[in-house]
Design a binder for this molecule. Structure first.
Ligand SMILES: [Zn+2]
Length: 80
């Protein structure tokens, strides 16, 4: 169940940073300066992570972000 007055979780802030946050939760974000501050801080972290030339092995957060990035794959035999 979704309570609009609930603050965003870290997971939801990650979704927001990826543009995947459900509208109901985005409405809370629009109203809540606390969550907006937190979200902007998270987004900066993400932007810094994706700009790193390589990721630390423990950066599951960055992996999840990168998993959302759809890279067009040429129909090559990269799996052979
Ligand atoms: Zn909030």
């Amino acid at each position: 169940m979704t309570d609009i007055s609930m603050h965003l979780t870290t997971d939801e802030i990650e979704l927001w940073a990826q543009g995947l946050l459900p509208a109901a939760r985005a409405m809370h974000l629009a109203d809540c300066s606390l969550c907006r501050t937190e979200a902007e801080r998270e987004r900066k972290v993400i932007l810094e992570l994706v700009q790193l030339p390589k990721f630390a092995p423990s950066a599951g957060f960055a992996d999840r972000v990168m998993a959302q990035v759809k890279v067009p794959t040429p129909s090559g035999d990269w799996q052979a």
